[in-house]
Design a binder for this molecule. Structure first.
Ligand SMILES: Cc1ncc(COP(=O)(O)O)c(C=O)c1O
Length: 381
């Protein structure tokens, strides 16, 4: 076999996707398998989205669109961001759609990171950030969420070109409060550091927590590339529809790359996302309320009763907990759990946090309760 590019050996496959597949293979042989591994809503998309999808296909909305997306959708995204964050963006020059939020993050990194630049990533992180940074030739620079106090010193580091923020966070559920964002914005004020703000879970925040974007703080809109999308908010993961907002030079650069890589987001998904943004505020609230009920009624009581160390899910739909004991092997834990109890979870190593495990509570209460009782049995609780 002829030689492959050196980069192939440097990049890891997505551990979350690999584990999800493993669990799905197990389910094919053992239908009783419960999978709480994938990061996707258990709901179907709202009915109007499904209707708009069919309508788009029937009425010939099946051709290439402009690279950034159809204008009505760009306008709807602009309106949504104005309503939710109070931020103004020009739909034509400062907003674009992407193939899922994932492509938006990659394009943003490609647009601002030079080979050898360091990109600050907070641990536990979403599994794809370090690999995407490496794909564009950058170097991931990690800081633990527990050590955020050290961030000021780290940001003085001259090689740091960008920082990735993810609030609410996958996998920890952590929400960065407006006062923390304000402090961070003050630190960044006199620095030439881009912020890539992954806000894909923006509407899913619990209790007194609120979602805010760092772009809302003085001087930050010009330095921030804000990423969000339809996947989590509207249960539209398979539609692959994300969006990016930022300074027009950055959006132009991202669109230039996109024009050579994937041309445009799916036309049908764009019309479906337009319907979602225009009609589905109530559906989003209902889904959020369902996650919150599971969190309050099932997850937190379980974690307390089992005496687990865990990160409080302030948003998103993940329960991230530490395996009890000294130096636990999270990979083995998840493999054995799948094998013995037919329960699929994701090892913390996927998020730069060995010894920890992520459970998604985007699952029906019945499945969740059964999954947790298997977990309790496996933990000997
Ligand atoms: C933190 C985070 N960012 C981005 C994405 C990507 O979302 P999408 O499915 O829209 O590509 C995910 C999906 O799991 C995520 O958890």
């Amino acid at each position: 076999m002829m030689e492959l590019a050196k980069l192939v050996g440097k990049i890891q496959e997505s551990v979350t996707m690999a584990f999800d597949k493993k669990a799905k293979d197990m389910k094919a042989s053992f239908p009783e398998t419960i999978i709480l591994a994938a990061g996707e809503p258990d709901f179907a998309p709202p009915q109007v989205v499904i209707e708009a999808t069919a309508e788009a296909a029937k009425t010939g909305k099946t051709k290439y669109t402009p690279v950034k997306g159809i204008v009505p959708l760009l306008q709807a995204i602009g309106k949504h961001i104005k309503t939710s964050r109070g931020l103004e963006y020009d739909p034509v020059t400062q907003i674009m759609t992407t193939n899922g939020g994932k492509e938006g993050i990659f394009l943003a990194l490609a647009a601002v990171v030079n080979p050898g630049d360091e990109v600050l990533i907070i641990k536990p992180y979403w599994t794809s950030y370090p690999e995407m940074v490496k794909l564009v030739g950058g170097i991931p620079y990690f800081v633990d969420a527990k050590d955020l106090g050290k961030i000021v010193g780290i940001l003085e580091h001259s090689q740091i070109k960008a920082i990735i923020l993810n609030s609410p966070s996958n996998p920890s559920g952590m929400v960065i409060s407006p006062s923390e964002l304000k402090k961070l914005a003050q630190v960044l004020a006199d620095k030439n550091i881009w912020v890539i703000s992954d806000e894909i879970y923006s509407p899913i925040v619990y209790g007194a927590n609120v979602h805010a974007s760092i772009a809302q703080f003085p001087g930050m809109q010009e330095k921030t590339i804000l990423l969000d999308g339809a996947s989590k908010a509207y249960a539209m993961t398979g539609y692959r529809l994300g969006y990016a907002l930022g300074p027009k030079e950055v959006i132009a650069a991202m669109a230039k790359f996109k024009s050579q890589i994937s041309s445009c987001a799916s036309s049908i998904s764009q019309y479906a996302a337009l319907a979602a943004l225009e009609n589905c505020t109530e559906d989003v609230k209902k889904m959020k309320a369902a996650y919150e009920n599971r969190r309050n009624g099932i997850i937190v009581p379980f974690a307390k009763a089992a005496g687990l160390e865990y990160m409080e899910p302030q948003g998103a739909f993940y329960f991230f907990f530490k395996i009890p004991g000294e130096n636990p092997d999270d990979l083995k834990f998840c493999e054995d759990l799948l094998e013995q109890e037919k329960l699929g979870l994701v090892p913390g190593m996927a998020f730069g946090y060995p010894g920890w495990v992520r459970l998604s509570f985007a699952a029906s209460p019945g499945e969740l309760a059964e999954g947790l009782s298997r977990l309790a049995r496996f933990l000997g609780k």
